[in-house]
Design a protein around this ligand. Structure first.
Ligand SMILES: NC(=O)c1ccc[n+]([C@@H]2O[C@H](COP(=O)([O-])OP(=O)(O)OC[C@H]3O[C@@H](n4cnc5c(N)ncnc54)[C@H](O)[C@@H]3O)[C@@H](O)[C@H]2O)c1
Length: 252
C-alpha cells in the first residue's frame, strides 16, 4: 500500500471495464471499500466480485438513478470519501462526418454525467466536511486534437467544471481534481477509436506511439496510480488541478 486510504470508501463510475476497473482495483488494493458503478450491470458485478466491493447499476446521465445509487452506497458502505467520475464515451473521426447525436451523447455522458454524479455525492461530503472528487478528463481537454472535435469539447468542459467545483467546495473541505491521460490501451474506448482510425485511414496507435517522449503508450494502471494519489491525503493541498499522465505527449 502506498497511500493512507485504508478503511475509506470510493464510488467509481464506469468501473465495469478499462480505466475505471483499474482504478477500482488500485483503490481496493489500497484498502478502500469500492462501489463499482456502471450502466452495464453485468460488468459492474464482475468487477465488484474482483475487488470484493459493491456493484451498482446506474447511468450517470440520470439524476434519479444516481440519487438511488448514492443512497445504496451509503446504506451498504456507510460513507463516500472519494468519487471518481470516470464514465465517458468517445467518437473519433472527421468533424464533418460526426453525427450531431454523437456530439450530444458525449456532452451528455462526459459533462452532464460528471455534474450529475458530483451533485448526487456532494451534499454528503459537505455534511462531513471532507471528500475528494477525481474527474477523468483527457489531454484532448487541454488541446484540440484533429478528429476529436466533440470529445475535446466535452473534456475541456470537464476541466472547467473541475475548476469551478474546486473553488466552490474548497471551503467545505472538499478537493476536486482532474486527470488528463494521453493514449491508454487495453480499453473498449481505445478499441473503438482504433476501428474508427482504420475506417478513416488515420494514423494508428502504433504510429502515434512514436510521438510519445517516454516511448510507450499507457495502460489503465498508469492512470489508476494517479487517481489513488489524488484521492489520498498525500494530495491534500491540491485542488482544481488537471494532471497530465501522457508520457510527455502533452506538457503544460
Ligand atoms: N482510453 C483512453 O485512451 C483515454 C484517454 C484519455 C481519457 N480517457 C477517459 O477515461 C475514462 C475511461 O475510459 P476507458 O478508455 O476506460 O473507456 P471504456 O469505454 O473502456 O470504459 C468506460 C466504462 O464506462 C461505462 N459507461 C459509459 N457510459 C456510461 C454511463 N452513461 N453511465 C455509467 N457508465 C457508463 C461503460 O459501460 C464502460 O464500462 C473516460 O472518461 C475517457 O474519456 C480515456
Amino acid at each position: 500500500m502506498t497511500y493512507a486510504l485504508h478503511g475509506r470508501v470510493a464510488l467509481v463510475t464506469g468501473a465495469g471495464g478499462g480505466i475505471g476497473r483499474a482504478i477500482a482495483q488500485r483503490l481496493a488494493r489500497e484498502g478502500m471499500a469500492v462501489a463499482v458503478l456502471d450502466r452495464d450491470g453485468a460488468a459492474a458485478q464482475t468487477v465488484a466480485a474482483e475487488v470484493r466491493g459493491v456493484a451498482v447499476t446506474a447511468d450517470v446521465t440520470s439524476p434519479t438513478e444516481m440519487g438511488g445509487a448514492v443512497d445504496t452506497v451509503l446504506a451498504r458502505l456507510g460513507r463516500i470519501d472519494v468519487l471518481v467520475n470516470n464514465a465517458g464515451i468517445a467518437w473519433m473521426g472527421p468533424a464533418l462526418d460526426m453525427p450531431l447525436e454523437a456530439l450530444q451523447a458525449m456532452l451528455r455522458v462526459n459533462v452532464e454525467g460528471v455534474f450529475i454524479a458530483s451533485r448526487a455525492v456532494l451534499p454528503h461530503m459537505i455534511a462531513r466536511r471532507s471528500g475528494s472528487i477525481v474527474n477523468l478528463a483527457s489531454w484532448a481537454g487541454k488541446t484540440g486534437n484533429a478528429y476529436f472535435a466533440g470529445y475535446s469539447a466535452s473534456k475541456f468542459a470537464v476541466i472547467g467544471l473541475t475548476q469551478a467545483l474546486a473553488r466552490e467546495t474548497a471551503p467545505h473541505g472538499i478537493r476536486v481534481n482532474a486527470i488528463c491521460p494521453g493514449i491508454v490501451v487495453d480499453t473498449q474506448m481505445r478499441t473503438a477509436i482504433e476501428a474508427q482510425q482504420r475506417h478513416y485511414g488515420l494514423p494508428e496507435t502504433s504510429e502515434r506511439e512514436k510521438s510519445i517522449p517516454i516511448g510507450r503508450v499507457s495502460v489503465p494502471d498508469d492512470v489508476a496510480r494517479i487517481a489513488a494519489f489524488l484521492a489520498s491525503d498525500e494530495a491534500s493541498y491540491m485542488t482544481g488541478e488537471a494532471i497530465n499522465i501522457s508520457g510527455g505527449l502533452l506538457m503544460d
